[in-house]
Design a protein around this ligand. Sequence first.
Ligand SMILES: C[S@@+](CC[C@H](N)C(=O)[O-])C[C@H]1O[C@@H](n2cnc3c(N)ncnc32)[C@H](O)[C@@H]1O
Length: 222
Amino acid sequence: MKHKDTQLDPNKLRSYLDLVGYKESAILRELRDETAKLGDISIMQIGAAQGALIQMICSIGQFTKCIEIGVFTGYSSICIAEGMSKNGKLFALDKSREFTSIAEKYWNKSKLNNKIDLVLGDAIDTLDGFISNNLENTFDLVFIDADKNNYLDYYEKSLKLIRSGGIIIIDNTIWKGKVLNTNDNSSSTKSIKSLNDFISKDIRVDHCLISIYDGMTLCMKK
Ligand SMILES: C[S@@+](CC[C@H](N)C(=O)[O-])C[C@H]1O[C@@H](n2cnc3c(N)ncnc32)[C@H](O)[C@@H]1O
């Protein structure tokens, strides 16, 4: 197979993409700056181009009912909620009161608070609650961006909850290149690798792993 890959300087490419690759609203910019003040942990926030793509997907699909697993300070929830239809509802799942209090501040600033319901607690329990409340096959999209060890569980539960034609987006599926390292036996790397292998053979979905930032996989339920 022929490859079109060319050798690019990653820093130059990143600068160029940051210059012309997306539009970031003033509120999202402010949120990124406030999150940066938290220190190294701010790396957990999604990239701006990812946010723009996720927002576009929610807008094209005119989504009305979505789930986010892993809110942190609220960047991706704003992108999902912005893209969703006016009457849309995003269930935003996280276990941290501290991080999500920053998220709530920015949801209010963006006037998206009516579209977002924060559900505090362990995300597995929340998803099980949705399933036992007969919400299977009713959601348009799940964005998975929380603890990596639970990724396969999050994926299976999300697949139950989305309708046919619904989308699951999974962040960090390249995991800083660690998925390429056959000697990396850390539990998070093993978990992401096994999910990537699993999805590549899963006939219930069409999928595409995009090499954007730390990797992001899009799956569409058949
Ligand atoms: C990578 S960050 C999410 C980043 C976010 N999507 C953004 O755009 O800024 C992961 C989040 O998952 C949350 N988390 C980790 N394990 C969890 C669990 N078992 N249940 C619920 N939330 C969890 C953490 O508190 C953290 O806020």
